[in-house]
Structures are given as structure tokens and as C-alpha cells.
Design a binder for this molecule. Structure first.
Ligand SMILES: NC(=O)c1ccc[n+]([C@@H]2O[C@H](COP(=O)([O-])OP(=O)(O)OC[C@H]3O[C@@H](n4cnc5c(N)ncnc54)[C@H](OP(=O)(O)O)[C@@H]3O)[C@@H](O)[C@H]2O)c1
Length: 253
């Protein structure tokens, strides 16, 4: 895999989970990191771990649903390091499991779209001039829910589908610029000690798969065999996939 040594990398959602694992793996490669999320304390703790692993790392507390904070994240990164080579849009919320008809208002839908889709678009908008200069990389962490509907997750699924449409369009627009767009569609990912469905990836494993896909400038990555199968079934027999999804979702609710 091509390494990222000395590259300047912005990671949103770096205070926990997949984003933290990405930061720690990249730190081990001697990168220069700008880490973003809302919880300043957790974020600074991750930045500290990255510095101990040999990277330069700056924590930039950011709410990606606020456009001006995304602009400030990019400005801070560029004033600190002078360039941007990769933007990883990992920040996301999944919210509670709730049927659409049972929502007492539409706040969950609005919040999901604002954080998961608009947040990624804001960060990308401000970073794009610098990514064009470096012929860099954009990564969007979506979900299998960004390729197929999931019952009781309509807000999440809508926001992840919106990400897919946005980044698939952007990839075409950027075809002649040298900037790659890699979309990630993870199946379940969790801490290695969590009680989880069989086949769930650890944060570490997911992070190494994501970095390999980004290094190879892949178009997209679906992290599980059943995810790949689901996308094929959806093409030819979408009603069958709906039935499978309903059964699978009821097992994990
Ligand atoms: N885990 C899974 O099974 C799975 C499956 C498919 C896709 N994904 C996607 O993978 C990504 C990472 O998820 P995860 O599992 O690592 O969950 P996680 O541990 O909850 O991480 C989510 C990260 O996003 C940040 N975040 C949330 N809202 C934010 C906001 N408004 N502004 C800035 N940062 C924000 C959180 O930090 P703060 O709270 O500090 O802001 C946190 O660092 C998400 O986009 C998620 O949808 C996860």
C-alpha cells in the first residue's frame, strides 16, 4: 500500500470509533494530522496519542454541521501545515432506531442530513482548492444504509444516500483534476470488546481497509461480502432485498 508519510490529512469524526482508529494508524506512518470533532477533550486525547506515535497532530474542535466551523477547520489546517493532501469525511451520527411515523417531529431527519451530508459537503467545499493543488484524495465514510433502505433508520439512510449522490457527482466533476473520491460503505463496525453481530469489523480493521482503498484511489469500498451481495440483489430483485433487510433488521433491533 502507498504510504502517507508527511502528508497533511484532515479527519472529521476523529474523537472516537473509526475516525480515531484512522488517526492512530496514520500517525504511525509519520503524517501531519488535523483532527476534528465536537468533544474537545476526547479529540485532544486522540491528538496526544498521535503525537506519541510520531505524527504531528492538531486538534481543531469543530461541529461539521456549522459551515463557518468547517471553513475554520480548513483555514487552521492550511495555516498550520501549508497544504492538504487528504480529507477524510468520517463524522456522522446514526440517531435512535425509530419508525418515521413515530417521530414526534422532523428534528432527527434534519440533524442527520446536516451532520452526515452537509457537514461532509462543507468540509469538502473549503478543502477542494487545496486538494486540487496537491492532486489529493477525498474519502467519504457512508454506510450500507447509503446504498439501500433500512427500516427505522430512514433519517440516517436518507443522509447517507445523499452523501453517495453528492460524492458520486463530485467524482465525475473532478475527473481531470487528479483528485480522487473514495466512498466507503461499511457494514457493522465496533470496538473489539463490544457484543456485536458475527462478521462485525473492529475499528482497526475498518480503518486499515479504508486507508488501503484511499491509497489505491479506489472508487468505493464495501466492507462485507453480504454488503456486496445486497447491492447486486438490489439491481435485479429489489423486493427480495427489502424482505432480507426487514428480517435482518428485526434481529438486531
Ligand atoms: N460503526 C458502524 O457500524 C458504522 C457502520 C456504517 C457506517 N458508519 C459510519 O462511520 C462513521 C464513524 O462512525 P463510528 O462507528 O466511528 O461512530 P462514533 O464512534 O460515534 O464516531 C462518530 C464521530 O463523528 C463525530 N461527530 C458526530 N457529530 C459530529 C458533528 N456535528 N461535528 C463533528 N463531528 C461529529 C463524533 O465526535 P463528537 O461527538 O466529538 O463530535 C465521533 O468522532 C460515521 O459516519 C458512521 O455513520 C459506522
Amino acid at each position: 500500500m502507498a504510504g502517507f508519510r508527511d502528508q497533511v490529512i484532515v479527519i472529521t469524526g476523529a474523537s472516537s470509533g473509526i475516525g480515531r482508529a484512522l488517526a492512530l494508524q496514520l500517525a504511525g506512518q509519520g503524517t501531519r494530522l488535523a483532527l476534528a470533532a465536537r468533544r474537545a477533550g476526547s479529540l485532544e486525547a486522540v491528538a496526544q496519542e498521535c503525537r506519541q506515535a510520531g505524527a504531528r497532530a492538531v486538534a481543531v474542535p469543530t461541529d461539521v454541521s456549522r459551515q463557518e466551523q468547517c471553513r475554520a477547520l480548513v483555514e487552521r489546517t492550511v495555516s498550520h501545515y501549508g497544504r492538504i493532501d487528504m480529507l477524510i469525511n468520517d463524522a456522522g451520527v446514526s440517531g435512535p432506531s425509530l419508525a418515521f411515523a413515530e417521530m414526534k417531529d422532523l428534528a432527527l431527519l434534519e440533524e442527520s442530513l446536516r451532520i452526515n451530508c452537509l457537514g461532509a459537503a462543507y468540509c469538502t467545499y473549503y478543502a477542494l482548492p487545496y486538494l486540487k493543488q496537491s492532486r489529493g484524495r477525498i474519502v467519504g465514510v457512508s454506510s450500507l444504509a447509503g446504498r439501500s433502505g433500512i427500516p427505522n433508520r430512514s433519517a440516517y439512510s436518507a443522509s447517507k444516500h445523499a452523501m453517495t449522490g453528492f460524492f458520486d457527482s463530485l467524482r465525475i466533476e473532478l475527473a481531470d483534476t487528479g483528485v480522487s473520491v473514495t466512498m466507503i460503505y461499511p457494514d457493522y463496525v465496533a470496538d473489539k470488546d463490544a457484543e456485536v453481530p458475527r462478521g462485525t469489523l473492529t475499528y482497526d480493521k475498518a480503518a486499515s481497509m479504508i486507508l488501503a482503498a484511499a491509497a489505491a484511489r479506489k472508487r468505493d469500498l464495501i466492507t462485507s461480502g453480504r454488503g456486496k451481495l445486497a447491492i447486486w440483489i438490489k439491481l435485479f430483485a429489489p423486493d427480495v432485498l427489502d424482505r432480507f433487510t426487514r428480517q435482518a433488521a428485526s434481529k438486531y433491533e
